[in-house]
Design a protein around this ligand. Sequence first.
Ligand SMILES: Nc1ncnc2c1ncn2[C@@H]1O[C@H](COP(=O)(O)OS(=O)(=O)O)[C@@H](OP(=O)(O)O)[C@H]1O
Length: 413
Amino acid sequence: MDSSDEGVQRRSSSFQPSEEMLNLARKTLGREKLSFDENEKYNQVMSSSKSRNELRMTIKFIEDERRNSMFERKASSNIDPLKKELMEQLPTVFVTGAKKCGTKALIRFFGHHPQVIHGFMESPYHDTGNPTFDVKSYLNHVWLMWKQKNDIVDNIAKIHRLQEQQKKIHFFGKTANSGIKKIINFIQSEENFIHQSYIDSWLENLKVIFIVCDPVKRLLSDFKHVMASWAEKSHAVNRMFLGSESSAYPFQNMTFNSMVEKYLPMVRDRQEEYKKHKDVFEMFGIGRFSAVNTSFTNGPNEFGIYKQAPFIFDGQELKTQPWKLFQRLEKYLGVESFFEEANFARREDGFYCVKMENEELDCLPPSKGRSSNDTELYSISKSTQSMLEDFYFSTNQKVAEKFNVSMNWLNTS
Ligand SMILES: Nc1ncnc2c1ncn2[C@@H]1O[C@H](COP(=O)(O)OS(=O)(=O)O)[C@@H](OP(=O)(O)O)[C@H]1O
């Protein structure tokens, strides 16, 4: 049995659904018609919250197994992840930060810099509990990014050009902070997994860009995306089978104000109760940016596991004067000057896009940038605003002071 098999074994042992539940869950996922007996069973399951939850866990169990086998196929694909060339392709700049603050816009637009390579996909670290397998899968994935070619990027050609000109290459990856830590811990503790000299110099030079943004607007954006996917996926399995109070869609019938009114007091004052709603817990928690404090500092000149200070900025800057932000970022990375106002143009709804050499615009897909279509559902009352501002104030202020980040929203309260 190789190490990846061990991972699958470990994953499967925690929850073992019954054959009957598996059958029901498979049919549910495949939207297959149920026989009379199965239908009876299904109604029985749905009438009790305990067995409904078991069905939900069984569906998740099947989905996890499918995903794991997909990773396994990837990890054992024709590229040997242990090959030196591949191993030495870890991102040299990680783009991370709070969800919905603009990580995609940053990586895609800054990727037009002549010294930057980025892929047209995220580089998530999937934690299956088997770090050897997970890091191999990660390496495979970044290898695909490294050599990607489409209408907008041609990485191989760009890499060749940079090598010929003997210019430094910066390889951008969009990976969550927790994943970055796991990768670093693994390659440091696993002797000879990747050449030690490579690891040492990689870590010494590794740069991290962390995006924050107004936590109230961020929360609203998260809320909108959940609501939109709820509306768009009316036939989604979750929606059909998980009942109105499911943890996947706990606020489907609420406005933003009523959602905050219900859940914020739980987050703040009644954490035990709140733990039942893990997804919502995370949704509120992200805007505290506590990951910045825990990841980057052990003291004024130490940055935790990182050797270099992070570049932290307010994602709002991507919407106002992105070229100014990009010029600061060029300095931080030590790359040649490239971006100026003329590299940008606004799309119809006001969001910026990058103007490419052929004059065409490179914009984010329309699903990004929904902030403009406000409705009653998404309005923020004064009391919601001030409750949320109070909730986020002190943790945000700490980050602003320690890392000298300008956070305009802190001055309004
Ligand atoms: N130029 C441009 N085009 C489109 N969108 C832009 C741009 N600049 C910043 N943004 C903002 O990015 C928000 C999405 O952030 P993320 O990419 O971090 O979201 S995600 O967490 O990866 O899903 C997205 O949030 P919403 O407006 O709520 O969709 C945008 O506000």
